[in-house]
Design a protein around this ligand. Structure first.
Ligand SMILES: [Zn+2]
Ligand SMILES: [Zn+2]
Length: 454
C-alpha cells in the first residue's frame, strides 16, 4: 500500500492527532516533526481526494489522549524542577501510560500495519520534551551520563529529577603521620560513638578511630562549595596510616552527590581545602573531571617512589650499602604475603620489579633510602627480608638486620600513561557568582590498595 493509503486507513480511526498519525511514519524523511508528518499526510490525502480538509484537536486524540499537546508543559516543569541547579547536560526519559501503549498497538493493527511501525510514543516524547528543555535551560542533551536525568511519569503526573554526581580530581600530600586516607569508623561502637547509652571509651564518643582523615579534611569542603548532599573520596591506592604522602602527591577524585553547583573555581577550591586542612593535608592540581576519572584513579597501574628511614642491627659500610642498593636496582623481588598484611588475603608469592634505588648512611647504623618500584611492592619487607619471605632484600644482601623506622611515599606515577589525561577533564566555564561546570572498600588495618607498604 502507498503511504497515503496507509494514512487514510489510520485516519479512518478518528479522532487521531497529527503527532500520533505522523509517528507511524517517523522513519520517513528527515527534519520533520511527527506533528508535521501527520498534518502533511492529512492535507495530501484531502487534496488527493479533493475533499474538505479537517484538522483534529490533539486534546480529542484517542491514541495519546491529548498528551502530544503537552510537550511544552512538561519541558517547563522540568526546567522549573532544576531552577536552582547548575548543570550542562541532561537527558529525558518517559514512562508511557500502559493504556497509551495499548492504544498505539490497536491503532496500527486497525490499519493493518506492523505493530512497531514508525517509532514509540516514548521516543517522541523524550525527543520533543528534550529539545524544549535544552532551549529553556541552555544546556545540551547527553545520551551517555548527563548531569541531570529527568524522568517523566505521565500517569503519575510527576517529573522525577536525578542530579548526578560531580567530580573533582587532584593530588594530595599528607604531611603528618597517623592520618588514614578515608574516614575510619570506630570498631568498638560501629561508628555510633555509643556503647549502649554510654559514650564509647575507645573513640571518646566520636565514632572515629582517627579524628582526621584525608577524606575528612578535603571532601566536606568540596561538598559545601558544590552544595551537594554528600561527598566521597576515591584515592589512587593509599599509603599506610603511619606513612606520609609527600613529593608530587597521590591522585584522587572527590565525588559530590547531588550538587547544585558545578561551575566552581578550582583554584579557589584548592585554597579553601588547604586552609581547612591547616597543613595536615595539602591538595594541588584540582580539575573538574568526568565520572570515568574515578575508575581511572582506582584502576590505573601505578608505580610508587618511597623514602624510608632504615635502622640496621649492626654497623654498615657505605660502600656495602651502595653495592646492595645497586644490586636491588632493576631486580625482580619475590615476596610471600607478609604476616602483617590482612589475614583474609590469600597467601601467595608475588613478584615485583624495583626500578630505581638510591640512599646514604646517616650514621653507621642508620640510612635514608629511596626506592621506586612497581605497584604492590612491599617496601618494609624489601628492606627487612621478612624472615626470608622476601628475596632479595636489603637486609639479606648486607647480611645484617634492617628495619624501616619511618616511611614516606614521595611519588605515585601511572605505569604506562599519566593519570592526568585531558580526555577525563571538564572545561571550566564562566558562571555567574563564581568564576566558571561504585564503592571504595572499608579501610582495614594495614590493608592498602597497593599493598600494606606503600
Ligand atoms: Zn495523539
Ligand atoms: Zn567508638
Amino acid at each position: 500500500m502507498s503511504i497515503l493509503a496507509d494514512a487514510r486507513a489510520l485516519d479512518a480511526q478518528e479522532p487521531v492527532c497529527d503527532a500520533c498519525l505522523g509517528r507511524v511514519f517517523a522513519d520517513r524523511s528527515h527534519g520533520l516533526t511527527n506533528d508535521e508528518r501527520g498534518s502533511s499526510l492529512r492535507i495530501a490525502a484531502a487534496l488527493d481526494d479533493d475533499e474538505p480538509y479537517e484538522s483534529v484537536d490533539t486534546a480529542d486524540c484517542w491514541v495519546c489522549e491529548g498528551l502530544c499537546d503537552e510537550f511544552d508543559e512538561w519541558a517547563e516543569r522540568c526546567a522549573a524542577a532544576v531552577e536552582d541547579v547548575e548543570f550542562d547536560t541532561y537527558q529525558v526519559g518517559t514512562r508511557t501510560p500502559p493504556l497509551v501503549e495499548e492504544n498505539e498497538l490497536l491503532f496500527r493493527e486497525g490499519a493493518g500495519l506492523d505493530e512497531d511501525a514508525g517509532e514509540l510514543f516514548k521516543s517522541e516524547f523524550n525527543r520533543e520534551v528534550g529539545k524544549r528543555v535544552g532551549r529553556l535551560t541552555d544546556t545540551a542533551v547527553d545520551f551517555g551520563r548527563p548531569d541531570v536525568q529527568f524522568t517523566l511519569d505521565l500517569e503519575a503526573d510527576r517529573v522525577e529529577v536525578d542530579v548526578h554526581s560531580a567530580f573533582v580530581y587532584g593530588r594530595y600530600r599528607k604531611l603528618e603521620r597517623d592520618i588514614p586516607q578515608t574516614e575510619w569508623p570506630c570498631n568498638a561502637c560501629d561508628g555510633s560513638g555509643y556503647v549502649g547509652k554510654q559514650p564509647c571509651e575507645k573513640c571518646d564518643g566520636t565514632g572515629y578511630l582517627y579524628q582526621d582523615s584525608v577524606e575528612g579534611l578535603t571532601a566536606p569542603v568540596v561538598r559545601d562549595v558544590m552544595d551537594g548532599t554528600d561527598a566521597k573520596f576515591h584515592g589512587a591506592g593509599r599509603e599506610d596510616v603511619d606513612a606520609r604522602m609527600l613529593g608530587t602527591g597521590r591522585p584522587f577524585v572527590i565525588e559530590v552527590m547531588e550538587p547544585r553547583r558545578r561551575h566552581v573555581d578550582t583554584d579557589r577550591l584548592e585554597g579553601d581545602i588547604n586552609a581547612f586542612a591547616e597543613g595536615r593535608v595539602e591538595v594541588e592540581g584540582l580539575r573538574l573531571a568526568d565520572y570515568e576519572m574515578v575508575e581511572r584513579v582506582k584502576g590505573l597501574d601505578a608505580s610508587k617512589r618511597y623514602r624510608a628511614e632504615v635502622e640496621f642491627g649492626d654497623a654498615v659500610d657505605a660502600d656495602d650499602l651502595a653495592a646492595a642498593l645497586e644490586e636491588l636496582e632493576g631486580a625482580t623481588i619475590e615476596q610471600y604475603t607478609p604476616h602483617r598484611v590482612d589475614h583474609r588475603r590469600a597467601s601467595l608469592t608475588r613478584t615485583r620489579e624495583v626500578y630505581e634505588t638510591s640512599g646514604e648512611l646517616d650514621d653507621d647504623t642508620h640510612a635514608t633510602v629511596e626506592i621506586h618500584g612497581a605497584g604492590g611492592l612491599y617496601i618494609k619487607e624489601l628492606v627487612s627480608g621478612d624472615e626470608g619471605r622476601t628475596n632479595p632484600s636489603l637486609a639479606g644482601l648486607l647480611g645484617v638486620d634492617a628495619e624501616v623506622t619511618a616511611l614516606d611515599v614521595v611519588g605515585v606515577y601511572g605505569e604506562d600513561e599519566e593519570f592526568e589525561d585531558e580526555a577525563y577533564f571538564r572545561e571550566e566555564t564562566a558562571g555567574d557568582e563564581e568564576v566558571d561546570t561504585d564503592e571504595p572498600e572499608a579501610e582495614a588495618s594495614g590493608d592498602g590498595d597497593d599493598a600494606a607498604d606503600d
